[in-house]
Write a protein that binds this ligand. Structure first.
Ligand SMILES: Nc1ncnc2c1ncn2[C@@H]1O[C@H](COP(=O)(O)OP(=O)(O)OP(=O)(O)O)[C@@H](O)[C@H]1O
Length: 301
């Protein structure tokens, strides 16, 4: 079944032409083979650019998480990638057929080339291991040639990068606040300098001030390391503020894709208009919109 192409504006093509893709998904279809099979993602094609933050928007159950996980080979049964192709355009110049990866190659791809931070991530830390042991473990597994001293130095650097005092390396997860634990998870996701990172509601469980601090850090790190982010959240105002582009999903399809500015200023699809209307803070005289040029600068600074 082939769907119609997502709506956009002509300048979106110019935006794309000026950028380098890091990941291309073509005609991806994903089903859940439950008692009643569900087609969660329906013939989706998508290009993610190097260093870009792509927001996925759409109501609950429209397939955002399934799409993001599917194109990064993170699906678990009963989900099945029914059809489609996914290519990671590695920075070393090679094109990796993501769907075809197995065993060791798949394991390496997952932390090395792509990584993820999800909502419950901060509770995914092992409670009986120190932060140091958990960060070191990533290096021991994926960079076996690193010495103990190198692992220690790299772990300290990672904590500094995400705004946690390296002295906290010896701490156990219960000794850290929720925000700090989430920062540690971001540090782990960054450890091997992946080219694509999935963030699925990464700050939803945190209070607004902590959320903004972490997002600012992510924006800064993205500038520094040029990884691309697929960002999923129900918070559309936040998504508009941090994303370079937004793909709007409805019932397993991308119905519209464009720069955040265009999604906000010139929505093409009725569903996008409806989504924007469902956030009263985005409406009014439109003067109150947070993603003015200066504001965006502050958020990225
Ligand atoms: N394990 C599962 N078994 C069966 N169906 C599932 C399973 N997980 C998700 N689905 C279905 O797949 C569809 C897409 O779900 P998905 O979680 O990707 O949507 P989403 O847009 O990320 O939603 P949310 O914003 O609530 O996280 C939904 O209809 C959902 O009910």
């Amino acid at each position: 079944m082939t769907g119609s192409a997502p709506l956009s504006t002509p300048d979106h093509a110019d935006y794309m032409a000026a950028r380098e893709p890091v990941l291309t998904a073509e005609h991806v279809t994903i089903d859940y083979q439950a008692e009643r099979p569900v087609r969660a993602v329906d013939d989706v094609s998508l290009v993610l650019n190097r260093g870009e933050i792509l927001g996925l928007a759409g109501e609950s159950g429209c397939g955002k998480t399934t799409l993001a996980y599917g194109i990064n080979r993170l699906l678990k049964p009963p989900a099945i990638l029914r059809s489609g192709a996914v290519t990671l355009h590695d920075k070393n110049g090679a094109d990796i057929d993501v769907v075809g990866l197995v065993d060791e190659d798949l394991r390496k791809f997952r932390w090395d080339k792509t990584s993820m931070v999800f909502q419950g991530a901060m509770n995914a830390l092992n409670p009986v291991l120190s932060v140091k042991a958990q960060l070191s473990d990533v290096f021991t597994t994926h960079r076996p040639s690193m010495s103990k001293q190198e692992r220690q130095a790299a772990s300290e650097e990672l904590l500094s990068l995400v705004g946690v005092d390296p002295a906290r390396l010896t701490a156990y997860p219960h000794e850290l606040s929720g925000g700090m634990r989430q920062r540690v998870m971001i540090a782990m996701a960054l450890a091997l300098k992946p080219q694509v990172m999935i963030m699925d509601e990464p700050t939803t469980a945190l209070d607004v001030v902590v959320q903004r601090g972490i997002l600012r850090e992510v924006m800064r790190l993205r500038e520094q390391f040029n990884f691309a982010v697929i960002f999923i959240t129900h918070d559309l105002p936040m998504l508009l503020e941090i994303s370079d582009r937004i793909a709007v999903m409805k019932a397993g399809r991308i119905v519209e894709i464009n720069t955040s500015e265009n999604i906000y200023e010139r929505p093409q699809h009725d569903y996008t208009k409806q989504l924007l209307r469902s956030f009263p803070s985005l409406l009014g005289d439109r003067g109150g919109f947070v993603r003015g040029k200066e504001e965006a600068h502050v958020a990225r600074g």
